[in-house]
Write a protein that binds this ligand. Structure first.
Ligand SMILES: Cc1ncc(COP(=O)(O)O)c(C=O)c1O
Length: 377
C-alpha cells in the first residue's frame, strides 16, 4: 500500500513504539508514591517537556488530553463569557462545541477562496466585544496555513482570548505559542507518528478557564483521569523527533508534494485547491473535473493507494465538504476533489507510481461521467 493519507493519521514511528513498550508493560500509576508510580510520573513529565519544547511553551502550560478533539472541546467549553468568534473552515471538533454553546452568540468568519482568514476580517469582527476566538493554524482538508501571529495580535489588541487548533501544524511546520502570542493551542499525537488517543492543550499561564473533565484532579485539576502513560510517553517522543527532524523534513516533504502536484496538474481539467504557497508541506488537494472524489478514492484503493477527500470525519456524514463550500468553490470542483497527504516516510518512487496511475484512473472514470459531453473528455 502507498499511504498518502497522513493528515487523517500517520504511521506510528518504530522509535515511538519502542519508548512506549516499557510503560505498557509496567503497572505504575503516576499518582502513586511507590517506585513504579514515580517511574510513570517521570515518563509523563519527560513527555510534557518534549511537547512544550515543540510549541515553545513552558511544561507547566501543557495539559494532556485524549486527543485533539478533547483539547478543542476543553478550550471552547472552558472559557466562558461573551461572544465566541471562529471560522467556517474549522474541524468538526471546534464547530460542534461552537454549535453547542446554547444562547451564547457565535460568529463564523468566512475565508477567501484560498482558505485564508485575513487578519483584517477578524479585526473588523472584534469591533464588537468577544471573549474567545478560535482559528486553526492549518486546515486539515486543503492545508492552508493562517498568519497566526497576526491573528493573535488582533485578539490581544481587542482583549479576547485566542485559541488555535494546531493539530495539523505542530510537528510539521515551526510553531511558537510564546512569540505568536497564542493563549491556547490544541495538538494531537497521531498526526506526527505518535499513537492515537492522546493529545494536549497548551494553556498560557494566567489564562482563566474551567476544566471539562472533573474527578481526581490530575493535570493540575484541569483534566482529571489516570494518565494514558504509554500514550503520553509516545507523544513526547514523537514531538522530540518531529522537532529534531523538522529542518530536514520540511524541504523533503514539500519537494515530494511539489513533484506530485506538478505531475497531477498535467491531467487536463485539473486544479489545485487551497493556497498556492502558504500550505502544509505534505498537502496536495486537487480537483479533477467530471470525476467523483469518492469514486476516485475507491479506484486508488484498488490500485494500492490510500487517499481521502478531506477530513476523516466527513465520511460519517457523507455531506459535501464545508471547507470547500466556505471557500466558495464551484459545486463541480467540490465533488471532484481529492486529498493526498504526504509524510516523511513517503518516497519519490511512490510519488512516481501515484502520478503514473492517476491519469488512467481519471480517464476511466471520466469515460462514464455525466459531464463527458460538456467538457469533451
Ligand atoms: C484540524 C484537526 N483538529 C482536530 C482533529 C482531531 O484530533 P484527534 O483525532 O486527535 O481527536 C483533527 C483530526 O482529524 C484535525 O485534523
Amino acid at each position: 500500500m502507498i499511504y498518502m493519507d497522513n493528515a487523517a493519521s500517520s504511521p506510528l514511528r518504530p522509535e515511538v513504539l519502542e519508548t512506549m513498550l516499557p510503560y505498557m508493560r509496567s503497572v505504575g500509576n503516576p499518582s502513586s508514591i511507590h517506585r513504579d508510580g514515580r517511574s510513570a510520573r517521570r515518563g509523563v513529565e519527560g513527555a510534557r517537556r518534549h511537547v512544550a519544547a515543540l510549541l515553545n511553551a513552558d511544561p507547566s502550560e501543557i495539559l494532556f488530553t485524549s486527543g485533539g478533539t478533547e483539547a478543542n472541546n476543553t478550550a471552547l467549553r472552558g472559557v466562558s463569557g461573551g461572544r465566541l468568534v471562529t471560522t467556517s473552515i474549522e474541524h468538526e471538533s471546534v464547530l460542534e462545541p461552537c454549535r453547542a454553546q446554547g444562547a451564547r452568540p457565535v460568529t463564523y468568519l468566512e475565508p477567501d477562496s484560498t482558505g485564508t482568514i485575513p487578519p483584517e476580517t477578524l479585526d473588523e469582527s472584534l469591533s464588537e466585544p468577544a471573549a474567545l476566538v478560535s482559528i486553526m493554524t492549518a486546515n486539515n482538508e486543503v492545508g492552508t496555513i493562517q498568519d497566526v501571529r497576526a491573528l493573535a495580535g488582533v485578539c490581544r489588541r481587542h482583549g479576547a482570548v485566542f485559541h488555535t487548533d494546531m493539530v495539523q501544524a505542530a510537528g510539521k511546520i515551526p510553531v511558537d505559542v510564546k512569540s505568536w502570542g497564542v493563549d491556547m493551542a490544541s495538538v494531537s499525537a497521531h498526526k506526527i507518528g505518535g499513537p492515537m488517543g492522546v493529545g494536549a492543550l497548551y494553556v498560557r499561564s494566567g489564562t482563566e478557564m474551567e476544566p471539562l473533565v472533573l474527578g481526581g484532579g490530575q493535570e493540575s485539576g484541569m483534566r482529571s483521569g489516570t494518565e494514558n502513560v504509554a500514550g503520553i510517553v509516545g507523544f513526547g517522543e514523537a514531538c522530540r523527533l518531529a522537532r529534531a527532524e523538522m529542518s530536514r523534513n520540511i524541504p523533503y516533504v514539500s519537494s515530494l508534494r511539489d513533484q506530485l502536484v506538478s505531475r497531477l496538474l498535467e491531467i487536463p481539467h485539473s486544479g489545485l485547491n487551497g493556497h498556492p504557497t502558504s500550505r502544509l508541506p505534505g498537502n496536495a488537494h486537487l480537483a479533477f473535473l467530471g470525476v467523483n472524489g469518492e469514486d476516485l478514492i475507491i479506484k486508488l484503493d484498488e490500485n494500492g493507494i490510500a487517499a481521502s477527500t478531506g477530513s476523516a470525519c466527513s465520511v460519517h456524514t457523507q455531506k459535501e465538504s464545508h471547507v470547500l463550500r466556505a471557500m466558495n468553490l464551484p459545486a463541480e470542483t467540490i465533488s471532484s476533489s481529492l486529498r493526498l497527504t504526504l509524510g516523511p516516510q513517503n518516497t519519490s518512487e511512490e510519488v512516481g507510481k501515484v502520478a503514473e496511475a492517476m491519469p488512467h484512473i481519471v480517464s476511466e472514470l471520466r469515460a462514464v461521467s455525466p459531464l463527458r459531453e460538456r467538457y469533451g473528455f
